[in-house]
Design a protein. Structure first.
Length: 223
């Protein structure tokens, strides 16, 4: 499918429960630095089966879309304009909020690069219903007071690069009085949720983190 971004059309993968009528909460699923691939599409379908209208944008749409080659995708994502990408993410939020089959409650789940983008959306979108970041880089600490949505932050115990940022992020969240939960999964690597990444996937951590994610979304978006 395609929809209007901030500077042109964006492609995306959308799923919702089969045969439902009425309105459901929405969930944005933000891909890793490998782009919109089969793993992220499967996550979208899982969210739809749990009772959400779920949408994964392809943030490489402005440069032709996600390529088959993952190394090429990583290079393309690293070259994206961060502010333009964030503008496209906010446009995605507005698109989901304004669909006739969704309520005004929309959350966001992001993985790796997408976890960092989820944190960026949390500081820039006061109407975001919930934010869940898997091993995502934190936002600017000065921007933390702008966060309005509740946060669920999943981290991998062996992910030294990301984890060194956690203490300062948590201090900023606590100081600003934000609603947040940090979950640390011991002895697992960055990308532990990705069941197509044989070297890093951990079934126990993936299952528990997803259970917590859906409970968090249900609490904040379905109440």
């Amino acid at each position: 499918m395609s929809y209007s971004g901030s500077g042109g059309d964006l492609k995306g993968y959308l799923a919702k429960p089969k045969g439902f009528s009425g309105e459901l909460p929405g969930v944005i699923v933000i891909h890793e630095n490998r782009g919109l691939n089969s793993y992220i599409q499967d996550v979208v379908r899982r969210a739809a089966l749990a009772g959400y209208v779920a949408l994964a944008p392809d943030f490489l749409s402005p440069v032709g879309g996600t390529p088959e080659n993952e190394d090429q995708a990583r290079e393309m994502i690293s070259a994206l304009n961060s502010q333009q990408t964030l503008s496209n993410l906010r446009a995605t939020l507005a698109f989901l909020q304004n669909r006739p089959d969704t309520t005004s409650k929309v959350g966001c789940v992001g993985f790796c690069w997408g976890g960092g983008m989820t944190n960026q959306l949390a500081v820039s979108a006061p109407d975001l219903g919930a934010a869940i970041a898997f091993y995502g880089f934190p936002p600017s600490l000065e921007a933390v007071p702008n966060i309005k949505s509740p946060l669920l932050l999943h981290y991998a115990g062996l992910d030294e690069r990301i984890n060194q940022e956690i203490p300062a992020y948590e201090t900023a969240l606590r100081t600003a009085g934000k609603d947040y939960i940090i979950c640390m999964y011991s002895n697992v690597n960055h990308a532990f949720h990705n069941d197509t990444n044989v070297a890093r996937y951990d079934a126990n951590a993936a299952g528990l983190s997803w259970e917590r994610t859906m409970a968090f979304l249900d609490y904040y978006l379905k109440a």
